[in-house]
Design a protein. Structure first.
Length: 279
């Protein structure tokens, strides 16, 4: 079984508890206006447009497919920053065995793995197999997900997943649709079910400056989850929107002030979250 892997970070302290290896898959089912890594949204269609722009000759069109030479690549970003399809040629179709080899090289310095993206749940079958193998090594398993697929209701997936860090981008249907291109029905069902199953590790909301829907999202997320938070350890991470790496209209959006963030934090501090963090 293979999955498109954008990149792997061998050691991270910010993608779940402890030191973890993080696997970033290529491809996403959302198209968020504020996406900081828009080149991870789609799979490359091998149009070849980026090939001549590579200053290192790391890209080549062979039999209608763009091949990437990792050894020559200096990560200048020219190919993916200019891709008109929100894709990148720098993706490896990897097997579970190949990813496990990499993980074994990181033992005993890591305590777990986190799958991210793009949207990791699009690689559901791969993740089930990967998590099974990781658990044989005693590693913890976390998903970092937009919740657009019904992951919490997938028994087999939940059996091998220790926890999920879930985005709640908007609780208002129209706002979520406008922001991501997708409905939030499944996201909110996932949030409740994951909390009920004690699989919810963290929720995250990107806060937009002076946007009433951001405020409403934080308040509603707190209210929706409050009944399930007793004796649990769920972090609510409030993330300041930053206009870095974004496209289109989001390039002109303002960053919220620390005062706005603190005010939102105060609205949910008594809901029962383990921590409410501003980042
Ligand atoms: S990021 Fe790598 S492959 Fe892409 S243009 Fe730069 S050197 Fe070439
Ligand atoms: S990365 Fe984008 S520009 Fe380059 S070949 Fe793929 S689709 Fe075309």
């Amino acid at each position: 079984m293979k999955a498109p892997v954008n990149h792997i970070i061998d050691s991270s302290f910010i993608d779940g508890p402890g030191n973890r290896t993080v696997i970033f898959f290529q491809g996403c089912n959302f198209n968020c206006k504020y996406c900081h890594n828009p080149e991870t949204i789609n799979l490359c269609i091998h149009c070849g447009q980026c090939v001549p722009g590579c200053p290192e000759g790391a890209l080549e069109l062979v039999d209608g497919k763009v091949e990437w030479d990792e050894k020559k690549c200096v990560d200048c970003g020219a190919c993916y920053k200019n891709c008109p399809y929100s894709a990148t040629p720098r993706v490896k179709e990897s097997t579970v065995e190949e990813v496990m080899e990499r993980l074994k090289g990181n033992m005993p310095f890591i305590r777990g793995i986190t799958v991210s993206g793009g949207e990791c749940s699009l690689q559901r079958d791969f993740i089930v197999e990967l998590f099974r193998e990781a658990k044989k090594l005693g590693l913890g398993t976390l998903m970092d997900s937009n919740g657009g697929l019904p992951i919490a209701f997938d028994k087999e997936l939940m059996e091998v997943t220790d926890g999920v860090m879930l985005d709640i981008k908007g609780t208002d249907k129209g706002f979520h649709l406008e922001l991501t291109g997708r409905s939030n029905d499944i996201v909110l069902n996932n949030a409740v079910e994951l909390a009920r199953l004690r699989k919810l590790t963290e929720i995250r909301t990107v806060v937009l400056s002076d946007n009433p829907c951001s405020r409403q999202t934080v308040v509603n997320a707190g209210n929706i989850l409050e009944p399930f938070l007793k004796d649990s350890k769920v972090t609510y991470r409030l993330i300041k929107f930053r206009p870095i790496g974004v496209r289109g209209e989001a390039e002109h959006w303002m960053m919220p002030s620390q005062g706005q963030m603190e005010e939102l934090k105060s609205l949910v501090e008594d809901k029962g979250f383990d921590k409410v963090i501003i980042t």
